[in-house]
Design a protein around this ligand. Sequence first.
Ligand SMILES: Nc1ncnc2c1ncn2[C@@H]1O[C@H](COP(=O)(O)OP(=O)(O)OP(=O)(O)O)[C@@H](O)[C@H]1O
Length: 257
Amino acid sequence: MGEREAVISLSKVTAELGGRPVLRGIDLTVHRGEVVALLGANGSGKSTAIRSVIGQVPTTGGGIQIFGTPRRRFKDWARVGYVPQRTTAAGGVPATVTEVVSSGRLSRARFGLMRKADREAVTRALELVGMADRAKDSVDALSGGQHQRVLIARALAAEPELLIMDEPMAGVDLASQEILAATLRTQVAAGASVLLVLHELGPLEPLIDRAVVLRDGCVLHDGPPPKALGQHALPGHDHVHPHTHAAAEPIRTGLLS
Ligand SMILES: Nc1ncnc2c1ncn2[C@@H]1O[C@H](COP(=O)(O)OP(=O)(O)OP(=O)(O)O)[C@@H](O)[C@H]1O
């Protein structure tokens, strides 16, 4: 693979939440153009690890670099698209689909003004996730899968080089899962780098270059995505997945038990 540029690099990162160590010396690198899945049981520290990258969790040790710049000095956040875990993003404020996606473009809009190019980028992002026909709808009126597509469109609106996503497939219906997989494929083909928290590889499996598996705040595995070990092999697996069309579903991968 040679010396490819690291777009994200964590070195011996430690973090505590509520006085309890949650990250206990994490090493994690995403190279340019790579798709890295962050796997592990509930509570293993996956969300905390990616939230430390975007500065939402203070670290107690180690180093984090984004595009080669120490995180504390990094300012070019328009290059980074972040899709939070949907449960944490669901607010009570009604907004239209366009408003939510436009908020993702603000980092690119000069002087905070949405120009024609910005509005076009918002429309393109909505088209990518198949939500252009719902542009004027309230996000309250959307299904879980559609809501997730809007959050991804919001991240794509700034045309980021790096996408960081926390469980983008959780609680998403199969049709939306297929659209999200296709959207991600397009982004990767265009050169985007991706770090995403997943519970199962599912329909994204063909896109994943490397998997990093956490257990109890430590890296347990860093290498090829683990092969299927049977459904829901993970200890502590308590997420609800849409299994209504079992026959039509892609093979599920239970991640290292
Ligand atoms: N704000 C907080 N205060 C105290 N402890 C927290 C806080 N947020 C998370 N934790 C704890 O930190 C640990 C790691 O949480 P984290 O959300 O990073 O795990 P995860 O691997 O993403 O799990 P999940 O699959 O459930 O999202 C868990 O034990 C969790 O209970």
